[in-house]
Design a binder for this molecule. Structure first.
Ligand SMILES: *Cc1c(COP(=O)(O)O)cnc(C)c1O
Length: 396
């Protein structure tokens, strides 16, 4: 197999070319290697492969050429030394955290997390003797105060789901490192295009590739990125032996998704930013949150660490749950769904779906009021989307 030429290219070029392993057939598109295993020319070669004395594939639970292409493309995009793909974003988050800790360790995490991430930190880790402390991620003193002698890692996502708070990655990384801990950043909401956590000091970045990386609602996937050492010490063996592996088919779909990532995300972000401007003054909207705007609570941090806004916006419909439901049900183009980052515009009412497990008080702390909706802007014509949203607001 022929690896693509090594030279440093810009992001859009990497999204199309990085990591390609071309087979002797010279195919244009990335080949899909639907195979579980691999054969060896001789017993001696099999022995060498297993002793790691010669490079090559052994079994698709831990390596497959199509999955390798996806990992290499993600690493090039992120500026990371190494990447490991997983079956879902949650497998990536779970492995990134579980791979670093053992019984007796402690984890500090922002409390504004994707629902399943919150479960892993709050309920799952403690079952194995790993204590966790949840903090308001925007409060740097809260991170400092939460540190214990046995703190192993910090975890956060920014912008947060669904209230789009922005957390200062560089400042939190410094606090983590001065405590001898690492920082893991879930970078789903910003995408690799707009935020580079490794450059800001994070030790590990995780993605749900299910979101913008696929971007067309087809398959689940995840990826963990970091230095060679971070991946070798914490991730490699766990993934190899426990098997949360990405299927080659899904890796192939995600590779194709990456080719159009920049075009899609920039267009979706422009749409979201435009809509944010026109919705901000709407009399039926109480509060609108968009990371690109000067009235965002952490506008300065967003400006420092993000190269773009977001494909998502959050806003509060005045009149609580009933008004939010009327609004969502009146939308004709935008679909009600808890997913995000899709080519189709999607709307969510977090209080009754993704965050219904939390108590009302916990939701209030996260800024999730009963009127809050989260809109993921798709690739429709921006005017059609805007008309749909404004017409639905009429009904409220
Ligand atoms: C969706 C999501 C996840 C989980 O990813 P899956 O692919 O659904 O397992 C984790 N973090 C964030 C921020 C997400 O949006």
């Amino acid at each position: 197999m022929q690896a693509s030429r090594k030279r440093s290219y810009r992001t859009e070029t990497n999204l199309v070319h990085a990591g390609v392993l071309r087979s002797p057939f010279g195919e244009t598109a990335e080949a899909l290697f639907l195979t579980q295993g691999y054969v060896y020319d001789s017993s001696a070669r099999a022995e060498k492969r297993f002793k790691n004395e010669e490079p090559g594939y052994q079994y698709s639970r831990f390596s497959n050429p199509t999955v390798t292409m996806f990992e290499q493309r993600m690493a090039a995009l992120e500026g990371a030394q190494a990447a490991r793909a997983t079956a879902t974003g949650m497998a990536a988050v779970t492995a990134a955290l579980m791979g670093q800790v053992r019984a007796g360790d402690h984890v500090v995490s922002s409390k504004a997390l994707f629902g399943s991430c919150l479960y892993v930190v709050q309920d799952h880790l403690p079952r194995y003797g790993v204590a966790s402390t949840l903090v308001d991620g925007t409060d740097l003193n809260a991170w400092r105060k939460a540190v214990r002698p046995n703190t192993k890692t910090f975890f956060l996502e920014t912008p947060t789901n669904p209230a789009l708070d922005v957390i200062d990655i560089k400042a939190v990384a410094e606090i983590a490192h001065s405590a001898g801990a690492t920082l893991v950043v879930d970078n789903v909401f910003s995408t690799p295009l707009f935020q580079r956590p490794l450059e800001l000091g994070a030790d590990c970045v995780v993605y749900s590739a299910t979101k913008h990386i696929d971007g067309q609602g087809r398959c689940l996937g995840g990826v963990i990125l970091g230095s060679e050492k971070f991946i070798a010490d914490n991730i490699q063996t766990l993934i190899r032996q426990t098997g949360p592996s990405l299927s080659p088919f899904n890796a192939w779909v995600l590779l194709k998704g990456l080719e159009t990532l920049a075009v899609r995300v920039r267009r979706q972000t422009d749409t979201a930013a435009t809509l944010a401007v026109s919705l901000a003054e709407h009399p039926k909207i109480g509060r609108l949150i968009y990371p690109g705007r000067p009235d965002h609570p952490q506008a300065q941090i967003a400006q420092r660490q993000m190269a773009g806004g977001s494909t998502l916006l959050a806003f509060e419909i005045k009149g609580g749950k009933a008004a939010a439901f009327r609004f969502q049900d009146a939308l004709k183009l935008v679909s009600i769904s808890n997913n995000l980052g899709d080519a189709k515009s999607l709307i969510t009412h977090p209080a009754t779906t993704t965050h219904q497990r939390l108590t009302p008080a916990a939701r209030a702390e996260l800024g999730i009021s009963d009127g809050l909706v989260r809109l993921s802007c798709g690739l429709e014509h921006p005017d059609d989307l805007s008309e749909d949203v404004f017409c639905a607001l009429e009904v409220v």
